[in-house]
Ligand binder design. Structure first.
Ligand SMILES: [Zn+2]
Ligand SMILES: [Zn+2]
Ligand SMILES: [Zn+2]
Length: 279
């Protein structure tokens, strides 16, 4: 399975939109891998997790064909993960020769409401008819094409946030952002998959080397490590599992040196915009 990390920043991106902190100022000057757009992960070119405001930038900067995305999974309604207004451009005079004529969106009730609101004024009927909205809640399993998706509850500051366990054949991805320490119910859900080795675990690492408070709505490396340990204890992860940290905040100053230290000390891979992994 091919996983492309198109966006690896937290809500404000890096350099943050209106920020003149020392780190953002330095990143503006030096550019490169430290520039981070908002979260989007594309699997095998056809399934996207999240649709951020930076989808436009992702279409410019990568070799991804955004029109080939058939399935869109949305974790929660925060704008950095779901920015549906731009979906009005998926057809009519705005897009020609699209690879997939249809798009199926799976999102919680609040994000579905966001879609309706954001597209109400400008959506053409000919575009609307090609997009199907499927409301989902935690602890469900559904299929789309070759994919099976299990929804789990997250610990986050939006209404009914979700994380996903996504399977295709023998390969699987556990997508854990945005969330703090997983709620007990998520672990109950995961326990039913014991013995399956997850190919790729994507971890919210907003706090990086900062401490994750008990009720925090994001994670740092400390909580990432506890989650990794628990997954190993559940026989869900072993030496074959790749752990990727992402969703970095300017407040953690994720310089390349600091991320290299995180990789060494925690056995993780630090994502950057455009990073492609074969899992
Ligand atoms: Zn976020
Ligand atoms: Zn900043
Ligand atoms: Zn969020």
């Amino acid at each position: 399975m091919k996983a492309v990390f198109l966006g690896t920043g937290a809500a404000e991106g890096i350099p943050a939109l209106f920020c003149n902190c020392e780190y953002c100022t330095a990143v503006r000057r030096r550019g490169g891998k430290e520039i981070r757009t908002r979260a989007q992960l594309v699997l095998d070119g056809e399934l996207s997790v999240e649709f951020p405001p930076d989808a436009f930038a992702h279409g410019i900067s990568s070799e991804i064909d955004l029109s080939a995305i058939k399935y869109l999974l949305v974790t929660h309604s925060h704008f950095d993960h779901f920015s549906p207004a731009q979906l009005i451009l998926r057809g009519y005079k705005f897009a020609h020769g699209m690879t997939s004529p249809t798009l199926d969106i799976f999102a919680n009730e609040e994000a579905c409401g966001e879609y309706s609101e954001a597209t109400r004024l400008e959506m053409k009927d000919c575009v609307k008819s090609t997009i199907s909205l499927h409301p989902i809640t935690a602890m469900q399993t559904f299929s789309c094409g070759d994919w099976t998706v299990h929804t789990l509850p997250a610990r986050h500051s939006s209404k009914d946030p979700l994380v996903f366990f996504i399977e295709k054949g023998e390969k699987s991805v556990l997508y854990l952002t945005d969330t703090g320490a997983l709620p007990d119910m998520a672990w109950e859900g995961l326990s039913s998959f014991k013995g399956k080795t997850i190919s790729l675990v994507v971890l919210d690492c907003t706090f990086l080397f900062g401490e994750t408070a008990k009720e925090a709505r994001h994670m740092g490396l400390d909580e990432n490590a506890r989650t990794m340990e628990k997954l190993r204890n559940f026989s869900l992860a072993d030496g074959r599992t790749k752990f990727v940290i992402t969703h970095f905040s300017h407040n953690s100053k994720p310089s390349l040196d600091l991320l290299a230290k995180a990789e060494r000390e925690y056995g993780v891979i630090a994502a950057y915009d455009g990073m492609t992994l074969e899992v």
